[in-house]
Ligand binder design. Structure first.
Ligand SMILES: CCCCCCCCCCCCCCCCCCCCCCCCCCCC(=O)SCCNC(=O)CCNC(=O)[C@H](O)C(C)(C)COP(=O)(O)OP(=O)(O)OC[C@H]1O[C@@H](n2cnc3c(N)ncnc32)[C@H](O)[C@@H]1OP(=O)(O)O
Ligand SMILES: NC(=O)C1=CN([C@@H]2O[C@H](COP(=O)(O)OP(=O)(O)OC[C@H]3O[C@@H](n4cnc5c(N)ncnc54)[C@H](OP(=O)(O)O)[C@@H]3O)[C@@H](O)[C@H]2O)C=CC1
Length: 515
C-alpha cells in the first residue's frame, strides 16, 4: 500500500494554478492515486469567455483525465471550483468560500504564477510575490493545514552558477518593492525595473526569487516546502507519455523547428539541457506534501526537481534526437524541411537569421502578394525570433543544482511509493523521452493525425526538390551576371567548358577504340 496515496485519502486539498500545465497533471495524479480524497478546491478565474464550470468541464473531459474517470467516476463531485483572481485583494473570493477554505483545507499546492518572461513588473510582483504572501496569510488562519507546498523555479537564482537547496536573499526586500508599487506609476516602475532585476535575465525569474523570500519571511509556524523545477517538459510516463498542452519553453521551439520555420538557434551545444518531465515534478510534489505534513521538518526545505546532475543531456543530443524524430514522424504542411544549426557565435547567428529565417519569409510574402493573398510570414518569423531571443539565455549556459533534499526524500520512500511516485530521473531514457515528446507535440498541441504522415513525407520531398531547383536557379542567375560583368569569370567559364568538352571527347574516343 502506498503511504503517500493513503495520506491524501480523505483530505481537502487547495490548488492554485490548477488550470495550468503543472496544475492539471497534479490534479490528474491525485484523483488517480487517491480517489478517496475528500475534495480538491481550485482557485479559478473565468477566461476566454468561459465560466469556471465550463473550464473545469473542459479539463475533466480532456484526454489527460481519461484514466481518472475509470478509477474515480465521481470526479466531478470531488472538484470544487472557487472564483478567484490572484491579482486582487483577498483574491476576490466570496466570504462564504473563504470561510470554507479556511476551515477545511489540509494541504495547499501553490502553483499559480505568471510565467511570461516579459510581463510588467507590477503584474509579476502582484502574482508571484504579493499573491504568495496573501496565500501564506490565509494559510496561517487554517487550523487543519498540514502542509503548504510552494512551486518556484530552479532559475529563481539563475544569476548564480551553483545553486544549493537553500533560499538566497534578494538585494531588495520584497516588502519594500510591494509597498513602492502601491504609489509609483506604471511608467516609473518600468523605468526602474531593469535596475531592480540587476543580473536576473527577466522579470519572471526575479519575481520568483522574491516569492521565495516572502515564503521564508512569512512562514510563521507553517509546515512549508519549496519545489524548484527546471524546464518542465511533456509527461514521461503518466498518465501516458508525451502529453503537453502549451507552447511555453521548448514546446514552441519544437513546433517552429518541425514546421521548418526555425532552422538555426543560438545555443551552446555542450550546455546542459535541464528538462524535467511534468509527471516527475508532480510525483515529487506529492511526496514532498506527504513528507512535510508527516515528518514536519524544522525548517523550510527546498527541493530541486532537475535532471542535470543526475542524468545530464545536452542541447546537441537533444537537437539531434528532435531532428531524427522529425524524419520519422514529420509535422504536416511544413514551410521548409526541418534542418538545424546550433551556433554560439553572435555573428554566425545573425547570418543564419538573415539567410535562413528572414530572407525565406520575405520571399514567401512576395509570393503571397503576387498571388493576391495577405502576407503573414515575416510577422510570424519576427514573433518566433523574438521568442527565441527570450529563451537564448537559458540555452547558452549550464547550472549546477544540488539535489541532496530530493535524494534524501527518495531514500525515505517505501519501495511501493518509489514506484507509484517515481521522481528518480536517473531512470529516464532521453532518446525515448524526446521521441515521445515530439510525438506528443504533434498529437496534443498541433492536433495532427498519424494517418497524415505519408502525405507529410511527400510534402517534405516536394520541398526538397523545390529547394534544389531554387538553389540551381540562383546559382545560374548569379553566374550569368558574373560572366556578363567580369573577364575573370568568363575565363573560368571557358576553361570549365573546354575542360568538359575535352573530357567528353576523350571519353567518346576511348569507348570507340574499345569497340
Ligand atoms: C549540432 C546540431 C544539433 C541540431 C540542433 C537543432 C536545433 C534546432 C532546433 C531544434 C528544435 C528544438 C529543440 C529543442 C529546443 C529547446 C529549446 C528550449 C529552450 C527552453 C528554454 C526555457 C527556459 C525556461 C526557463 C524557466 C522555466 C520556467 O520556470 S517557466 C516557464 C517558461 N515560460 C515560458 O516559456 C514563457 C515564455 N513566453 C513568453 O514569455 C512570451 O510568450 C513571449 C515573450 C515569448 C512572447 O510574448 P508576445 O507577447 O510577443 O507573444 P504572446 O502573446 O505570448 O504569443 C504570441 C503568439 O506566439 C505564440 N507563442 C508564445 N510563446 C511561444 C513559444 N515559446 N514558441 C512558439 N510560439 C509561442 C503564442 O501562442 C501566440 O500565438 P497566437 O495565439 O497564434 O498568436
Ligand atoms: N512550465 C515550466 O517550465 C515551469 C514552471 N514552473 C512553475 O510552475 C508553476 C506552474 O507553471 P505552469 O503550470 O507551467 O504555468 P501555466 O502558465 O501553465 O499556469 C499558470 C496558472 O496560474 C494561473 N493564474 C495566473 N494568473 C492568475 C490569476 N490572476 N488568478 C488566478 N489564477 C491565475 C493560471 O490560470 P489561468 O488558466 O486562468 O490563466 C494557470 O492556472 C509556476 O509557479 C511556475 O513558476 C517552474 C519551472 C518551470
Amino acid at each position: 500500500m502506498s503511504m503517500i496515496a493513503a495520506f491524501y485519502g480523505g483530505k481537502s486539498i487547495l490548488i492554485t494554478g490548477a488550470t495550468g500545465f503543472l496544475g492539471k497533471v497534479l490534479m490528474e495524479k491525485l484523483f488517480r492515486t487517491s480517489p478517496d480524497l475528500k475534495v480538491i478546491y481550485i482557485l479559478v478565474r473565468p477566461k476566454a469567455g468561459q465560466t469556471l464550470q465550463q473550464r473545469v468541464f473542459q479539463i475533466l473531459n480532456s484526454k489527460l483525465f481519461e484514466k481518472v474517470k475509470e478509477v474515480c467516476p465521481n470526479v466531478h463531485e470531488k472538484i470544487r471550483a472557487i472564483y478567484a483572481d490572484l491579482s486582487q485583494n483577498d483574491f476576490a473570493i466570496s466570504k462564504e468560500d473563504m470561510q470554507e477554505l479556511l476551515s477545511c483545507t489540509n494541504v495547499i499546492f501553490h502553483c499559480a504564477a505568471t510565467v511570461r518572461f516579459d510581463d510588467t513588473l507590477r503584474h509579476a510582483v502582484q502574482l508571484n510575490v504579493t499573491a504568495t504572501r496573501q496565500l501564506l496569510l490565509m494559510a496561517s488562519q487554517m487550523p487543519k493545514l498540514e502542509a503548504f507546498i510552494h512551486i518556484s523555479t530552479a532559475y529563481s537564482n539563475c544569476n548564480l552558477k551553483h545553486i544549493d537547496e537553500v533560499i538566497y536573499p534578494c538585494p531588495v526586500e520584497p516588502k519594500k518593492i510591494i509597498d513602492s508599487l502601491e504609489w509609483l506609476d506604471d511608467a516609473i516602475i518600468e523605468e526602474i525595473a531593469p535596475k531592480l532585476i540587476r543580473d536576473w535575465p527577466n522579470i519572471y525569474t526575479y519575481t520568483k526569487a522574491l516569492g521565495e523570500m516572502v515564503v521564508q519571511q512569512e512562514s510563521r509556524n507553517l509546515n512549508i516546502a519549496i519545489i524548484r523545477p527546471s524546464i518542465v517538459g511533456a509527461t514521461w510516463q503518466e498518465p501516458f507519455p508525451g502529453w503537453v498542452d502549451n507552447v511555453n519553453g521548448p514546446n514552441g521551439l519544437i513546433i517552429a523547428a518541425g514546421k521548418g520555420f526555425l532552422r538555426a538557434l543560438k545555443a551552446t551545444p555542450k550546455a546542459v539541457a535541464d528538462l524535467i518531465p511534468v509527471d516527475t515534478v508532480v510525483n515529487l510534489m506529492l511526496a514532498v506534501g506527504w513528507y512535510t505534513a508527516v515528518h514536519r521538518p524544522k525548517s523550510t526545505l527546498v527541493y530541486h526537481s532537475t535532471s542535470g546532475n543526475l542524468n545530464p543531456c545536452n542541447w546537441h543530443k537533444m537537437g539531434v534526437q528532435v531532428l531524427a524524430t522529425f524524419e520519422k514522424i514529420p509535422f504536416e504542411r511544413a514551410f521548409r524541411r526541418p534542418y538545424a544549426n546550433f551556433t554560439s557565435n553572435n555573428f554566425t547567428s545573425q547570418y543564419w537569421n538573415a539567410v535562413s529565417h528572414r530572407a525565406p519569409a520575405i520571399i514567401y510574402d512576395c509570393y503571397l502578394r503576387l498571388t493576391g493573398r495577405k502576407p503573414r510570414m515575416t510577422k510570424l518569423m519576427n514573433q518566433i525570433l523574438r521568442t527565441v531571443s527570450m529563451l537564448e539565455y537559458f540555452i547558452n549556459r549550464s547550472w549546477e543544482w544540488s539535489t541532496y533534499n530530493t535524494e534524501m526524500l527518495m531514500s525515505e520512500l517505501s519501495p511501493e511509493d518509489q514506484r507509484v511516485f517515481n521522481f528518480d530521473v536517473r531512470q529516464l531514457n532521453w532518446l525515448e523521452y524526446i521521441e515521445n515528446y515530439v510525438l506528443g507535440v504533434k498529437k496534443y498541441l498541433l492536433k495532427e493525425d498519424m494517418a497524415g504522415i505519408p502525405e507529410a513525407k511527400q510534402h517534405l520531398k516536394r520541398l526538397r526538390n523545390i529547394h534544389y531547383l531554387f538553389n540551381t536557379a540562383l546559382f545560374l542567375i548569379v553566374w550569368r551576371l558574373l560572366i556578363a560583368r567580369s573577364q575573370m569569370a568568363r575565363n573560368v567559364w571557358f576553361f570549365i567548358v573546354s575542360f568538359c568538352y575535352k573530357f567528353l571527347s576523350y571519353f567518346r574516343a576511348s569507348s570507340t577504340l574499345k569497340v
